[in-house]
Design a protein. Structure first.
Length: 600
């Protein structure tokens, strides 16, 4: 059994709560630019004082409406300025925020609102309101539905501001300051790769501990005057924790709800750093490579990529030599600068979580001058429990524990976590709480390896381990991560439990597919189904399979694969909003395809 602990950063006092961030910024740094809000295509500044004033106005409306201390309030919306505004307003009114992904189905909305006993809910659109209305007769506790935007309703912020006009500001201050660190701040429902989502109880203490640990981990990024563009769903604990950290550190935040406009928004907002899941970094890399090859500059890009990876690897082995430095300088002018420009031109680093990034991509981005600090955590750990930092960076790992956190590897290889960021219990689910927490140690369900100096490597999930008919244990995640790094592949799921060999289900990246067809002389109108058995397409997938197989023994290698006609989607329940595979759903939906793998 291995264990490593990181000393705590600034401790959280018993009488603190998340609202203190708001009041401190407004009182001590009133003119600091807390946000840049996108309105009609322009970014408008919002000062700390202005933000606090707006929060107070909405909180007064919530109090007047009847929200009491400890009441749960749902929040269902894309990433936008109002999300953060409402989150703080719920806390200022003494309430508990219950985030809901904007892509959730009516039944998912019903489960979260009913299980949490939500008294009110904010929705963003007419569609969201329709989903709530369709299940409202089964939501006995729900009294209020406020809508952020829509064609037939008043704006929620304006409505609540008008409603609370007679409530004194001091009423909000008293309600807010009555909250203690141990009080519940949020119930975040896990995305539920198996079974119904569980409500993770995070206290003000948990989230404040996460904020201070993040500031401690990234002192250069979390400096006043730096900027961060948020585009991940704020219903996900990673985006929310980083947003809260940015506000506490007086970093200027921007929100963008549609990743289709991400490149344009990065260009106009020009952030100092970004936070994303690995799929975003894969897309940036794949799009750049695709464009270079499409423009006849593929050889230059491939050489630049190789130099970037080598340059990064050299940083871990004493530094680059003169020849490599010269090549790197050349390609910085030809290629790397353009890639940095795509991130807004001022981006000096990125933070990644939610899934493994992969060693080659990590080296590539560090080599072009945008190191990606990969971390690891779960909803139950208030986001990051481990993270790589500028001063402690090891590619292929998820870094050391954040301040105030301990990591232990159990005898069966499971990663256990303990500390200030670890949740206190699952809401209304004592059985799940007892199954997950043992003497303060949270059983993550992940498998890992811990170096002597505290760097953690995640090797798989306990429940996802495949045992072949020959008795070989195979962790599918590493193989799948490598497959997805190939530009032609969107998603992959490794199969083979109780089977004679390892196989894979593969989907094709819809954005990359048109240019691939053009480069290989295929009909523009040909679908994935039309080309599923095409020799060139199968050769492209086989190249990715060969790369993945380099990581494992012959017995663990992928022997066969099938190209599926369509991608996995959240709508079909095959992936979660945070892009995690629901293996049981995929296995059921593609049972025939899996059987065919072992009959050919």
């Amino acid at each position: 059994m291995r264990e490593y602990s990181a000393p705590a950063a600034q401790p959280v006092a018993d009488d603190e709560n998340l609202g203190d961030i708001l009041w401190a910024n407004a009182e001590r740094f009133p003119d600091a630019i807390s946000f840049r809000r996108q309105v009609d295509g322009s970014w408008l500044d919002v000062t700390a004082r202005e933000f606090a004033t707006q929060v107070i106005a909405v909180a007064k409306g919530l109090i007047e409406a009847g929200i009491e201390r400890g009441d749960r309030v749902g929040l269902m919306s894309k990433t936008r300025y109002e999300w953060t505004l409402i989150d703080f307003a719920i806390w200022a009114a003494g309430g508990v925020t219950v985030p809901i992904y904007d892509t959730s189905s009516a039944e998912q909305v019903h489960w979260i609102l009913s299980d949490s006993g939500a008294k009110g809910v904010f929705v963003e659109t007419d569609q969201h309101r329709g989903e709530v209305d369709s299940v409202r007769d089964r939501l006995g506790e729900l009294k209020y539905v406020w809508q952020i935007e829509g064609t037939h309703t008043a704006d929620a912020v304006e409505e609540l501001t008008a409603l609370g006009v007679k409530v004194a500001d001091d009423t909000v201050y008293e309600r807010s300051r009555s909250l203690k660190a141990a009080d519940l701040a949020s119930i975040i429902y896990t995305s539920g790769t198996t079974g119904r989502p569980k409500g993770v109880e995070l206290s003000h203490f948990n989230l404040l501990s996460e904020i201070r640990a993040d500031i401690n981990a990234f002192p250069q990024l979390m400096e006043q005057g730096n900027s961060l563009l948020l585009f991940l769903p704020l219903a996900h604990v990673l985006a929310r924790a980083i947003a809260l950290t940015g506000i506490a550190a007086r970093v200027t935040l921007g929100h963008t709800p549609d990743v289709k406009n991400l490149v344009a928004d990065l260009g106009t907002f020009r952030p100092t750093f970004v936070v994303a899941v690995p799929r975003v970094f894969e897309k940036v890399y794949n799009t750049a490579k695709q464009k270079a090859h499409g423009d006849g500059k593929g050889a230059i890009f491939d050489k630049a990529e190789a130099v970037a990876v080598a340059y990064s690897e050299a940083q871990d082995a004493g530094g680059a030599g003169l020849a490599l430095k010269a090549q790197h300088f050349l390609f910085d002018k030809l290629v790397y600068g353009k890639l940095r420009a795509a991130l807004g031109g001022r981006c000096v680093a990125a933070v990644s979580g939610g899934a493994p990034l992969g060693g080659r991509l990590a080296h590539f981005f560090r080599g072009i001058g945008v190191p990606v600090f990969e971390g690891y955590g779960l909803t139950e750990t208030s986001a990051a429990a481990n993270v790589n930092t500028e001063s402690a960076f090891r590619v292929g790992t998820v870094g050391r524990p954040v301040a105030g956190t301990s990591v232990r590897i159990a005898d069966d290889g499971e990663v256990l976590l303990k500390g200030d960021v670890v949740f206190r219990s699952y809401f209304n689910n004592d059985t799940a709480t007892k199954d997950s927490l043992d003497d303060g140690w949270f059983h993550t369900g992940d498998l890992g390896q811990l170096d002597d100096d505290g760097f953690l490597k995640i090797t798989g999930r306990k429940k996802e381990i495949i045992v072949t008919a020959g008795g070989k244990n195979v962790a599918p995640s590493g193989l799948e991560d490598t497959l997805r790094a190939n530009p032609v592949i969107s998603q992959a799921m490794v199969v083979g439990d109780k089977r004679p060999f390892i196989g894979a289900l593969v989907t094709i990246d819809e954005e990359f597919f048109p240019s691939w067809k053009a480069q290989h002389g295929k009909p523009a109108g040909a679908s994935v189904s039309d080309l599923a058995d095409d020799a060139d397409l199968r050769a492209a997938v086989q190249e990715a399979v060969d790369e993945a197989n380099k990581q494992v023994s012959h017995a663990e290698a992928i022997k066969k694969f099938v190209i599926l006609e369509k991608d996995f989607s959240e709508a079909t329940g095959e992936i979660t909003p945070s892009l995690k595979l629901k293996r049981n759903v995929v296995s059921k939906n593609y049972a025939n395809a899996i059987e065919e793998l072992y009959q050919k």
